[in-house]
Write a protein that binds this ligand. Sequence first.
Ligand code: COA
Ligand code: MG
Length: 294
Amino acid sequence: MRTIPRSWLFVPGDSEKKLLKTPETGAHALIVDLEDAVAPTAKPVARRLTRDWLEAHKRQITMRKQSRWVRINAVETGLWREDLAAVMAGAPEGIMLPKADGPEQIRQVAAEIYEHEQRNGIPNGQTKLLPLVSETPRAALTITAYMDASMPRLAGLAWGAEDLSAELGASRKRDTDGQWTDAFRFVRAQTLLVAHARGVWAIDTLYADFRDVEGSRRAAEAARADGFAGMLAIHPSQVALINAAFTPSEEELANARAIVDAFAANPGVGAIQLNGRMLDQPHLRLARAVLGID
Ligand code: COA
Ligand code: MG
């Protein structure tokens, strides 16, 4: 499997039609949703369809094409235990936890996942966790709590704007220039920094207006340029834009190669110049990252 899934596509768990389309979407990771995209009355059918879908794609996953994640319902709803009981037999790669309120809750869900791993013959610790860390004002103010707490299953941190904006009663999330307004910039930056501080994936939020191709493309490019590892999507049309944004261009690769070569040609020198630009160790680290060199 590719080490970092770049494109993460949500699929409503009660939509058999959309679940059938997942292999052709090109998404690196699929997040089958049991939460907000599923009406309360449809939860039972969504759980069943999700389990069937997980089972049906197990073989494909052993070929490591797309990873399979499930977004369960929030802990406060009480539905999450039934969600896990239904889907863990399908051995998803990971669970997305919405409205996460901190490490204690991650440990609570992790303990339940452990029980299901035992029951289903899944290796201990295999099932990863990806919390949405910004969905209430209180959670948004305590993202730094994820930095050091012990959470071995934590694969990354993702953030969402929709629930937070509802909680704030905010009538806009972006300003007239298309930039996030302050509360959203704040949580986006915190998510990015805390994920990097911890060494887990930072996953940028989705671009809601999926018919706006230019906006979706700009958002995907910003995600990568700002240092996110991947980005959420809600529509298959956004997947290709995200995958493209996270693929270095020929020019970027050539530039990175030139930087690595220039340092190699000057062993033991910390700062050099290339075409009139000063380069030092951070530039070398970035260039090596673009080339995928550890
Ligand atoms: N996953 C898989 N397939 C999808 C899909 C998705 N997320 N979104 C759309 N498709 C499929 C449609 O079924 C349709 O298939 P068809 O050509 O065989 O008819 C095709 O892609 C084009 O879809 P389109 O008609 O443009 O959109 P739609 O009106 O069917 O659906 C949404 C629009 C927003 C309802 C849909 O994209 C969706 O359900 N997104 C995910 C919502 C979600 O999970 N939200 C929770 C996280 S915020
Ligand atoms: Mg939500």
